[in-house]
Design a protein around this ligand. Structure first.
Ligand SMILES: C[S@@+](CC[C@H](N)C(=O)[O-])C[C@H]1O[C@@H](n2cnc3c(N)ncnc32)[C@H](O)[C@@H]1O
Length: 213
């Protein structure tokens, strides 16, 4: 009986260590996907302006796509009473964000996810903040239209969305901050009507420039 228990414990430890090693390999692999944009934090006064421009308030769910050290969602929670989700492809940034949220005492109102912003589920966001690049913004447009609800606000520091004209624009130290509001789905379909490839229904938004009405 004793022998059976020893064999059982050894077998259990062996399986446990093997599963942990496989998980480590997957975690390592995540690190090998290069970020589309290098890390550079938005200045804190810009973060505040971005959140004010989006009129963030209690009840909002703020998503920062490429969240860096988590400063945008942490401020959204602390100063504006929202809840926040930060997404970053770099696990080091996610760890840093969690530590910062802990220090700020807001861990219960924020979530940080180590994901690629292009595949992350963002449908619940009422506000999306971006500090990425123009090409990444352009690639994101179909996803924003497809997943966000009408009325959701999108704010981008520094980078615009080409022919999507912003609803509002302000400057901070000569750097622009842009605001767009996701229109009603009917209106989005209308945007697609003049497009040659627009034999589409809602949910099949193509990856090419769409004009803001
Ligand atoms: C310029 S920093 C902005 C950080 C933060 N949003 C801020 O304003 O302080 C861009 C961040 O995007 C992240 N990033 C780049 N490509 C990404 C991707 N495909 N998915 C998720 N995060 C990405 C980088 O790791 C980096 O932390």
């Amino acid at each position: 009986m004793k022998r059976f228990i020893y064999v059982f414990i050894i077998a259990f430890l062996f399986i446990f260590i093997s599963v942990s090693s496989i998980q480590d390999v997957f975690a390592q692999e995540k690190k090998f996907r290069e970020p589309d944009v290098l890390y550079e934090p938005s200045p804190q006064h810009v973060v505040e302006l971005m959140l004010k421009l989006a009129n963030v308030h209690k009840g909002d769910i703020v998503y920062d796509l490429g969240c860096g050290d988590g400063r945008i969602v942490i401020m959204a929670v602390k100063l504006f009473g929202a809840t926040g989700v930060g997404i970053d492809i770099d696990p080091i940034r996610i760890e840093e964000s969690r530590q910062n949220a802990g220090k700020a005492g807001v861990m219960n109102r924020v979530t940080f996810r180590n994901e690629d912003l292009f595949v992350a589920d963002i449908h619940e966001a009422t506000v999306v903040t971006l500090f990425l690049s123009q090409s990444v913004n352009l690639k994101l447009r179909p996803k924003l239209l497809r997943e966000l609800k009408p009325g959701a606000r999108v704010v981008s520091y520094y980078w615009d969305m080409a022919d999507w004209k912003p609803d509002k624009q302000i400057e901070s130290d000569d750097d622009p901050i842009y605001l767009w509001t996701i229109p009603a789905k009917k209106a989005v379909r209308k945007w697609l009507e003049p497009c040659p490839r627009s034999q589409l229904f809602w949910g099949e938004i193509p990856d090419f420039p769409l004009s803001h009405p």
